[in-house]
Design a binder for this molecule. Structure first.
Ligand code: SF4
Length: 757
């Protein structure tokens, strides 16, 4: 059904030659991360050593995974590439668009009705282009990937930041924007800056109440939310080997919360056990044959300081359970007394109202079984649960097996709500309140990964704390944020003082995994006759039209749309929140274009001067007025323009509305590339001070656009309202191929032409 053993064997067949060559070229022993990276070069066998944190390198990933919210625009773009099938094994997972409200059955029914057209679209595109499709309710993308597709030594990309979860099975798995995924689906290389490497040495052994989750909560405390930026985190040491495979997945999953490119572990017996338990003995057998290539060279872990850019030591024997939050995942507090002090001092509500277990971070069989051992104790010891419980199993396979083994039944006896096998409360799809903006201040504890304001329930006053599933269960039962199950007692229904024993559980189900319908739909071998139907009146989906090239003559008399002041992230350019529902409809989502950007001339958002009328209007309205007259426009910005997510909407929307160029002091690199891919001009001021020359009524003439060439700045004449002019230089980083994207209208147009010829 799922994985492709021949593809995996193909990766392993090349591994020895490529890794041995890389070791020779680099001139020293290799980390696991380097082995996987050098084994996946687009050009095959390595010919040069790359500088970490500096060189951009073309890679050839083995797989792609997309979730339903991001897959819409990715697949709409792929449909334009003119390819009959995806070039690399790809799957689509319906998990984000399912609300948690009443419980799995009713919620799934409701999602299947409200998002029917999106699910139908994703299913038919998948069927047509050879993409595996996981239906709504089949599970959360990263748990399903770990159970079915991840393999030691592999490289995958996914259109979701927690794609990194697959590091638990020894992959280099990285979250990307849809445009990157489309390139790889269409058979192109994927570019990444060769990452720096952080080694985390785990000594000692986890025991008692401490869980793998506490390892990453500790790492987040040490590195903070930015500490992993541009780096792969590689875990090793005796403590690492002793962790379960799904526990490793939890640790890698939350690598996204420290900004890491990804995280990974070397192949070991826990991974072999997991592969065999999930019906992939052939993958385990193949991995065993190339074992030495699926972990670092011996010298590396013996002297990590010589081979990693940074090394962190954690002794698992002394690690205690942690609660991270509220509002940021790197604010750690050990459970118990310290929380009493901190919560009191900061006015965090001490009473806990909900305990949520699940999400892609902690929804394995092991997680559910350990948390249920605490729930069972509550029943046995006649404890009344103070907070409400919500459970999101990670996959139908986990859910079915956990139900069979009585695990979910234990939670149900505590009146827990078993939500759909989907993201639900982890992505704000939790119908907890009718009016979340005005909901009361409260605390919740969950075993998810993110706890930013409003993330779970849309309520800015919800204080969300992240913990392991077993600690979440204990705190939810006690109903107090500062409850320490290792030392504190509770009074039961009979008035007797009782204490929890340590949690127990199973790494893997003793009777094996079982499932009736995993929720997978294989694509047709030949999908050429499959029709992809999109209702022209749909407000959520819109087929894309290829962008017309921007002609040289259109780059004269270009109007200023907005001069953005200060920070302008992809959220400012294309807001999320309520706009998420339009992610598959370019024209509708374009109505949020740049509405979060601050206009440098009045310090207001979404209020710019329409040069045609002299009136102040919203940015999208002004731009649509220019578009109606066939007038191109330019956006001017400050430093690091387009930072944040890699969402391609932030480039596609301005392009769709007729913005021709973005001229800034500096770009976030991914956004700069996205603008280039959509056939726009991404330019930087040669002299930063020229930003100050730009006035509200300016028009721009690209005087030498006909000579657009690599390594040659462009000249722009800025014409002010009084007729005076300034001539400025704009730098760019376009190579010949990228200038081709501009000349032909987009990178996709180029791919399409190449496929046709
Ligand atoms: Fe993202 Fe949460 Fe879904 Fe995981 S469960 S994929 S973190 S929304």
């Amino acid at each position: 059904m799922a994985f492709d053993i021949d593809m995996i064997k193909g990766v392993y067949a090349n591994m020895a030659e490529r890794v041995d060559k890389a070791r020779e070229i680099v001139g020293k022993p290799l980390t696991l991360s380097e082995k996987i990276l050098y084994a996946h070069l687009w050009d095959g066998t390595p010919t040069k050593a790359f500088v970490r944190g500096k060189d951009y390198v073309d890679f050839a990933p083995d797989r792609i995974a997309c979730q339903d919210a991001t897959a819409q625009m990715a697949l709409l773009q792929f449909m334009q590439a003119g390819k009959p099938k995806v070039a690399v094994p790809t799957t689509v997972h319906c998990d984000h668009l399912i609300q948690a409200k009443s419980g799995a059955a009713a919620d799934l029914k409701s999602a299947n009705s409200t998002s029917a057209e999106v699910f139908d679209f994703l299913e038919s595109v998948s069927n047509k282009y050879g993409i595996g499709f996981w239906k709504p309710g089949a599970g959360i993308i990263h748990q399903v990937v770990l159970e079915n597709y991840a393999f030691p030594g592999g490289m995958m990309i996914g259109t979701d930041s927690h794609t990194v979860n697959a590091g638990g099975l020894g992959m280099v798995a990285i979250g990307v924007g849809g445009a990157d995924a489309v390139d790889v689906m269409a058979g192109m290389a994927w570019e990444l800056k060769f990452p720096k490497l952080i080694g985390v040495r785990l000594t000692g052994k986890i025991s008692g109440w401490t869980a793998p989750k506490d390892v990453i909560l500790k790492v987040a405390e040490i590195l903070t939310v930015k500490g992993g930026t541009g780096a792969i985190v590689e875990y090793f040491g005796p403590g690492a080997i002793a962790l379960s495979c799904t526990g490793k997945g939890t640790i890698c999953n939350m690598g996204a919360e420290i900004g890491a490119t990804t995280s990974t572990f070397g192949y070991d017996e826990s991974m072999e056990r997991y592969l065999r338990a999930t019906d992939r003995s052939d993958v385990a057998d193949a991995a065993n044959e190339v074992k030495e290539y699926l972990t670092a060279d011996e010298e590396v872990y013996a002297n990590p300081e010589q081979y990693f850019d940074q090394v962190i030591d954690i002794d698992l024997s002394t690690l205690n359970p942690l609660l991270n939050g509220p509002f940021t995942p790197d604010l750690s507090t050990p459970v118990g007394k310290e929380m009493t002090e901190k919560a009191t001092k900061n006015d965090w509500p001490m009473q806990v109202e909900w305990g949520l277990i699940g999400s892609c971070t902690n929804s394995s069989y092991e997680d559910l079984s350990r948390a249920s051992s605490i729930a069972q104790q509550a029943l046995d010891k006649k404890l009344k649960t103070k907070a409400e419980f919500g459970i999101n199993p990670g996959s139908e396979q986990v859910r079915y097996t956990a139900e069979r083994d009585g695990i979910l039944g234990i939670f149900e006896k505590l009146d827990a709500k078993i939500f759909t096998n989907a993201c639900g409360p982890c992505i704000g799809q939790w119908a907890r309140y009718s009016d979340p903006k005005n909901a009361p201040k409260n605390s919740i504890v969950h075993s998810f990964n993110r706890n930013f304001a409003k993330r779970a329930d849309g309520n800015p006053n919800t204080h969300a704390f992240v913990a392991s599933p077993e600690i979440t269960a204990a705190i939810a039962i006690a109903g107090r944020l500062d409850f320490n199950p290792m030392t504190d007692t509770l009074i039961n229904e009979d008035g007797v003082e009782v204490r929890f024993e340590e949690p127990t559980g199973w790494e893997l189900p003793p009777k094996g995994f079982e499932v009736e319908d995993a929720g997978y739909l294989a694509p047709r071998e030949d999908g050429s006759s499959v029709k992809v139907v999109v209702d022209p009146n749909s407000e959520r989906l819109q087929l894309l039209e290829p962008f017309e090239p921007i002609k040289n003559e259109e780059l004269q008399d270009v109007k200023l749309l907005i001069k953005a002041y200060g920070k302008c992230t992809t959220d400012h350019i294309s807001m999320a929140g309520p706009w998420l529902r339009f992610r598959g409809h370019l024209d509708n989502i374009a109505n949020n274009t740049l509405i979060g950007a601050v206009n440098a001339f009045n310090q207001k958002t979404n209020l710019v001067k329409n040069q045609l009328t002299g009136e102040y209007e919203g940015v999208p309205d002004t731009q649509r007025a220019y578009k109606a007259k066939g007038i191109k426009s330019i956006v001017v910005g400050d430093h690091n323009y387009g930072e944040g997510s890699s969402r391609e909407h932030a480039a596609m929307q301005p392009r769709h509305l007729g913005v021709a160029a973005v001229l800034v002091k500096s770009f976030a690199r991914i956004h700069e590339t996205n603008l280039k891919k959509q056939g726009m001009l991404a330019l930087t001021f040669a002299n930063e001070k020229d930003y100050d020359l730009i006035k509200e009524d300016d028009t721009f003439n690209f005087v030498d656009i006909a000579e657009f060439a690599p390594d040659t700045p462009l000249t722009i004449e800025v014409v002010h309202a009084d007729g005076s002019k300034d001539t400025i230089k704009a730098n760019h980083t376009y190579n010949d191929a990228q200038i081709g994207w501009f000349r032909e209208g987009s990178a996709l147009n180029v791919i399409k032409r190449q496929n046709a010829s």
